[in-house]
Design a protein around this ligand. Sequence first.
Ligand SMILES: Nc1nc2c(ncn2[C@@H]2O[C@H](COP(=O)(O)OP(=O)(O)OP(=O)(O)O)[C@@H](O)[C@H]2O)c(=O)[nH]1
Ligand SMILES: [Mg+2]
Length: 332
Amino acid sequence: MKRYDLDYYINGLKSQNNVVLAQSITLVESKRSSDQELADQLLNEIIKETPSTIRIGITGTPGVGKSSFIESFGGYLIEQGKKVAVLAIDPSSQRTGGSILGDKTRMETLSKNPKAFIRPSASGSTLGGVNNRTREAMLLCEVAGFDTIIIETVGVGQSETLVNNMVDFFLLMIQPGSGDDLQGIKKGIMEMAHGIVINKADGDQAKLAKRSKSDLLNALHLFAASETGWSTQVELCSALEKKGFDAVWQMITAFQDQMTGNGLFKQNRSDQNVTWFEDRVNFGLLQQLIDHKELMELQKELKVKVRQNELSVSKATSQLLNRVRQLLTSSK
Ligand SMILES: Nc1nc2c(ncn2[C@@H]2O[C@H](COP(=O)(O)OP(=O)(O)OP(=O)(O)O)[C@@H](O)[C@H]2O)c(=O)[nH]1
Ligand SMILES: [Mg+2]
């Protein structure tokens, strides 16, 4: 990768150059320490800009139609005058088959639109883990003029919580289904969602989709009201037939208006910054411990002893942590 200076990136982003945007994301994702230094400077510059944007996270089980929805809903938003950036957190490296390529082809029309920017996010070593650079990529997109950021993630593992922690609006996508199917949706995810969109409400499934909507609304009534004053809404759509987009977009803007009005929009982003910082610090500390030869050796020895019941877990823990403390104080 060719390297440029800080001004190159800043000017390129500010002039809404998508090539520079892509290069900036690559820089931020780079593991080279010289790149990381430059990336830190760049990020530190751009956080001073606060463009008005909406960050939407979309989760849902594989095959529910997230990518198809983003492809056609993205097009709809661009028609409304928006600029849409799509970042996909793709855990497919850990699954077989990999769907990044699939996503690319499914977003063919959108990816050709100059008002759209699509980028699968490098998941780093951990699936959607704290060291992943999606948040940074999002900030870069915003400075480059994208006002609507959509983050797609497959609903597996902890990815929902991760995405919820970096977006304003969290959208759960489901398919029309029977009561049993609906019961399979994890309660935690339902509670987290600001909106539930039932996709594939077309053809034979249109009727079932309507029934799913009323079932869901009934189920949602049983949940305690959210502290934010927002109650989860349910909308129908068809990514295939490009139907229902007005209602989905109205839901998102109503949310944004309400949260801006009560001050929670800004507060949520500030809270997310702090959580993000804490996560990174924890991750960094852990990494330092792992990289420390002596501590690793000690840990290995202690593991053997714990395994054989030669040493209690609490004793072994204090031995290791005491050594950490010694190292910390001696390096002061
Ligand atoms: N009938 C109908 N089919 C749809 C609709 N949206 C998507 N599909 C189909 O559902 C399948 C899966 O769509 P994707 O958009 O790849 O789903 P996804 O949720 O992104 O899947 P992963 O990225 O693998 O998690 C495809 O065969 C689509 O053609 C819709 O609105 N109606
Ligand atoms: Mg997809």
